[in-house]
Design a protein around this ligand. Structure first.
Ligand SMILES: *Cc1c(COP(=O)(O)O)cnc(C)c1O
Length: 409
C-alpha cells in the first residue's frame, strides 16, 4: 500500500511551493512585448525587487537561474587574473568559486567547514594582511543551502570596513531573499545575486544581480564584458528589449509581479521574515526531539548560525536516503537530498536530508511535513525521540499566543 495519493508536497529548498495565484497570473495569452501593460508590470517588478533587497540602487534581471546570476555578477566585476576571496560554509560558496575559476579568476578559498557560519574575525585578519589590496572581491552566500548555515552578512561587511579594504562585497541571497532579513544598502553590500524560485515563490527561470555605484564603477573599468550579461544596457535601457537583451520572460514577469504583491503589499516584508523565523524554529524544535536518541541531529548546532529557509539533518549512514525515498513513494512528500557533506564511505547524500521551509508556507503545510517525517522514522525503525510534533506545535502556539481573556469587571 502507498498513501501518496493526494496533493504532492515539496519540502525542498527550491523550487519552493508556488502559490496558485502566481500560477494563475501566468495562465494567460502572450502579451504585447512592444508597448502597453507589460512595460508597466516590468517597472513594478523592478521596483518591488529593490524593496525586497532593501536597496536604492540598480537591479539587472536575466532569463536564467541562480547560476546565470552568479555568472552575471562575475562577468561585470572580475577580470581574468584578478584575485578574489570566497568564503565557504558548505557547497554553494564553492560552486560560485568554481565558476569564477573557470572564468579565469585567481580564487582563494577561506573554508569554515560544513557545520557553522563564517567567522568575521578571520575575514578581517585576512584582509588586513592584504596590504596591497590584491583581493578585488569578497564573495559569500547568506544561506548555504547544502549545510543550512546562515552567514552574518552585516558582521562580515563590518569586518571588511574594519580592515579598511577596498574589495567589493558580493553576496549570494538565492536561498535567503524574502526569507531572512537582508539589508543591501545598510550592510554595505556592493553586489547581491538572487533567483526567483525560492523565497520569491515563482517557477525557476529568472535571476537577478543588484549593483551599487561602487560595483558599476568596477564594471566600467573592464575591457570586455559578455554582451548578454553586461549590466550597462540592462540598467539603463533605451528600448524595452534591452531589459532582457531580447524577448522578455513575459509570463514569469506576471507571476513574479503577483508574488511581490503578496510579499510586499499583503503580508509585509518584516512579517515575511518573522513568519520564516517562527516556521524555522518549529522545524528545529521537532528536530531537537528526534535527536534525543543520537540517530539523527541538526547539522548546524548553534541556532545563531542556522538558516531560516532550509534545515539539514545528519542521519545514520543510509537513513537519510531511505527516509527520502519512503516519503516520496509512500506519502507524496519530497524532501531535499543531501548535498556532498557526508563521509566518503556512503553513497553521496544518503546520510543527510534537508527540509526546505521557504516561501509559500504555513503551519498546516509545515506540520504535515514534520508529521510525515515522524511517521517515516517510525515506519523505517530509525530510533528517534518521541513528542516532536508536540514540541513543534508549541512553537507555533507560542508565536501566535494572545493574552488570556479576563472577564470584564
Ligand atoms: C539554489 C541556489 C543556487 C543555484 O541556483 P540555481 O537556480 O539552481 O542555479 C545558488 N546559490 C544558492 C545559495 C542556492 O540556494
Amino acid at each position: 500500500m502507498s498513501l501518496a495519493h493526494g496533493r504532492p508536497t515539496r519540502a525542498i529548498p527550491g523550487p519552493s511551493m508556488i502559490p496558485d495565484r502566481v500560477l494563475n497570473a501566468m495562465h494567460r495569452e502572450a502579451p504585447n512585448i512592444y508597448e502597453g501593460e507589460l512595460i508597466e508590470v516590468t517597472n513594478q517588478v523592478r521596483a518591488g525587487l529593490k524593496r525586497v533587497a532593501r536597496t536604492q540602487h540598480d537591479v539587472a534581471m536575466y532569463i536564467g537561474n541562480g547560476h546565470a546570476a552568479w555568472e552575471a555578477a562575475l562577468a561585470n566585476t572580475v577580470a581574468p587574473g584578478e584575485k578574489i576571496l570566497v568564503l565557504v560554509t558548505g557547497r554553494f560558496g564553492l560552486g560560485w568559486a568554481e565558476m569564477a575559476r573557470a572564468l579565469g579568476a585567481d580564487v582563494e578559498l577561506m573554508d569554515f567547514g560544513t557545520d557553522r557560519a563564517a567567522d568575521p574575525a578571520r575575514l578581517e585578519a585576512r584582509l588586513r594582511a592584504d596590504t596591497t589590496h590584491e583581493i578585488t572581491s569578497v564573495l559569500t552566500v547568506q544561506t548555504d543551502t547544502a549545510s543550512s548555515a546562515n552567514n552574518n552578512i552585516a558582521a562580515l561587511g563590518q569586518a571588511i570596513r574594519a580592515a579598511s579594504h577596498a574589495a567589493l562585497y558580493q553576496v549570494d541571497c538565492i536561498a535567503s531573499l524574502a526569507c531572512e532579513r537582508f539589508e543591501m544598502d545598510a550592510w554595505g553590500v556592493d553586489v547581491m545575486v538572487a533567483g526567483c524560485q525560492k523565497g520569491l515563490m515563482t517557477p525557476p527561470g529568472m535571476g537577478f544581480t543588484f549593483a551599487n555605484p561602487r560595483a558599476l564603477e568596477k564594471r566600467k573599468t573592464l575591457d570586455r564584458v559578455s554582451p548578454y550579461f553586461d549590466w550597462l544596457p540592462r540598467l539603463n535601457p533605451e528600448l524595452y528589449y534591452q531589459n532582457f537583451c531580447g524577448t522578455a520572460p513575459t509570463h514569469h514577469l506576471y507571476g513574479l509581479h503577483t508574488a511581490l504583491h503578496m510579499l510586499l503589499e499583503e503580508e509585509g516584508l518584516e512579517n515575511v521574515w518573522a513568519r520564516h523565523r517562527t516556521l524555522a524554529e518549529t522545524v528545529w524544535a521537532a528536530a531537537q526531539v528526534w535527536s534525543e536518541t543520537g540517530q539523527l541531529r541538526l547539522n548546524i548546532a548553534s541556532p545563531a548560525h542556522r538558516s531560516v529557509a532550509v534545515t539539514t539533518l545528519r542521519t545514520g549512514p543510509d537513513d537519510g536516503g531511505r527516509l527520502r525515498r519512503w516519503a516520496e513513494d509512500q506519502a507524496g512528500l519530497t524532501l531535499g537530498v543531501g548535498l556532498g557533506l557526508d563521509g566518503a564511505t556512503t553513497p553521496p547524500g544518503d546520510s543527510l536530508f534537508r527540509i526546505g521551509h521557504m516561501g509559500h508556507l504555513n503551519p498546516p503545510m509545515l506540520m504535515g511535513t514534520l508529521g510525515t517525517i515522524d511517521a517515516g522514522l517510525k515506519a523505517l525503525g530509525i530510533a528517534h525521540g518521541g513528542g516532536a510534533l508536540r514540541a513543534a506545535a508549541n512553537v507555533i502556539g507560542k508565536a501566535l499566543e494572545t493574552p488570556a481573556k479576563t472577564d470584564a469587571a
